[in-house]
Design a protein around this ligand. Structure first.
Ligand code: FES
Length: 146
């Protein structure tokens, strides 16, 4: 059902954790499955390069694998490059996902966008091409903070 790459990232997820004083934090969830993903970005204000990225995911194996891969794909990239890391790019890098798990990769894309949105808001800047992310997960957010 899952590719070797998905299994590998699920068993050994990269970039798990938090960043203290992160430049931007994005939390998104899916009300239907109840999974939640939070991404922390450390961005260089001058170069706009993502120096570090960490995640915390309270969710299914595919959500963990997509978080892991998404963080790997944006690390060391500029904000503009990170915006191009779509859920399709994440899925491709993982050699695909079963159709019922496609939304897990959407969560990863959205969590990165949410973290970039937070960064832009904190710094009073506009990131070209970045739309306001959907992150309405008030109830679920409490779980990850426990
Ligand atoms: Fe919903 Fe994976 S089942 S994020």
């Amino acid at each position: 059902m899952y590719s070797d790459k998905v299994m590998e990232h699920f068993m050994n997820p990269r970039n798990v954790g938090e960043i203290e004083d992160a430049s931007g934090i994005g939390t998104v969830g899916n009300a239907k499955c109840g999974d939640i993903m939070r991404i922390y970005l450390d961005i260089d204000k001058n170069t706009h390069i993502i120096n570090d990225v960490k995640f915390k995911t309270f969710g299914c194996g595919a959500a963990i694998a997509t978080s892991s891969m998404a963080t790997e794909l944006v690390k060391g990239k500029t904000i503009e490059e990170a915006l191009k890391v779509t859920n399709s790019a994440v899925m491709e890098a993982l050699d695909g996902l079963p159709p019922v798990k496609v939304h897990c990769s959407l969560l990863a894309e959205e969590a990165i966008h949410a973290a970039l949105w937070d960064y832009a808001k904190k710094n009073n800047i506009t990131i070209e091409g970045l739309k306001k992310p959907k992150s309405d997960i008030t109830e679920e957010e409490a779980i990850i903070e426990e």
